[in-house]
Ligand binder design. Structure first.
Ligand code: ADP
Ligand code: MG
Length: 224
């Protein structure tokens, strides 16, 4: 955004969570950035011989969302204000037929966290929520969430196993669970509650998926 001379705007919710505000310019940058990332991932996968197909959630209404009409923010003076929700939303439906068609033909879908609403408006949606919605509708054996740290870190160490309720308690009570991890841990525990083994692990390893399946990272499951 800075390269394009656009200033990112952040807003604070009454509960103190700071998040990016998606106005029209931000949406423009977001879609460009996400599609660049999407095609970069597809390109790497194609080089490795993986039949990847990159899509946004708008394609074939893969991710249908309801736009947030209004949001409540706390302004610089600490006063609560209601503002327009911008271009964000909550996913309400997944086109599982489209996903199944691709998967059954052995394609590997690479989905960018962009949704569309009933009017066809593009929306910025949270990637952890996308992982949750795709998981609960497609019911895979595993949901592997890759990120830039080894897993959930508490006291400097990676937590290796958690039950969903333990993950929820950490999300609610631990002061060490901050920023992006807060949401991720919550969504991961909700995925695990559906009986899907969920792993939060590093994407910076040589073989991230194999190593996650082999025990690396934080494993959240009903049997933990
Ligand atoms: N206890 C924690 N364990 C691991 N990562 C944490 C923890 N608390 C905060 N984080 C942060 O959460 C980030 C992962 O969330 P992610 O969704 O990838 O980032 P973001 O949403 O900020 O772009 C990590 O890179 C790390 O900086
Ligand atoms: Mg995040």
């Amino acid at each position: 955004m800075e390269k394009l001379g656009i200033k990112p705007v952040f807003v604070k919710s009454p509960s103190g969570v700071v998040s990016r505000y998606t106005d029209e310019n931000t949406l423009w940058c977001y879609v460009m950035g996400m599609m660049w990332l999407n095609k970069s991932l597809v390109s790497k996968l194609i080089q490795l011989g993986v039949p990847a197909v990159g899509l946004s959630g708008a394609d074939g209404k893969l991710l249908l969302a309801k736009r947030k009409e209004k949001i409540i923010i706390v302004d610089e003076r600490g006063r609560q204000r209601v503002i327009d929700g911008g271009y964000t939303g909550k996913i309400i439906n997944v086109n599982t037929d489209l996903m199944k068609t691709l998967l059954e033909s052995s394609y590997v879908p690479v989905i960018a966290p962009i949704a569309v609403d009933e009017n066809g408006t593009l929306l910025n949606v949270d990637s952890d929520q996308v992982a949750y919605m795709l998981s609960i509708t497609l019911k895979p054996d595993y949901c592997i969430i890759l990120l830039d740290v080894d897993g959930l870190l508490i006291g400097g160490k990676t937590v290796s196993k958690l039950k969903p309720e333990e993950a929820e308690r950490l999300f609610k009570e631990s002061e060490e669970v901050k920023g992006g991890m807060k949401r991720k841990l919550y969504m991961a525990s909700q995925i695990a509650r559906e009986g899907i083994r969920t792993i939060i692990s590093s994407g910076l390893r040589e073989r991230p998926i194999r190593e996650a399946l082999g025990g690396a990272g934080t494993h959240i499951s009903l049997e933990s």
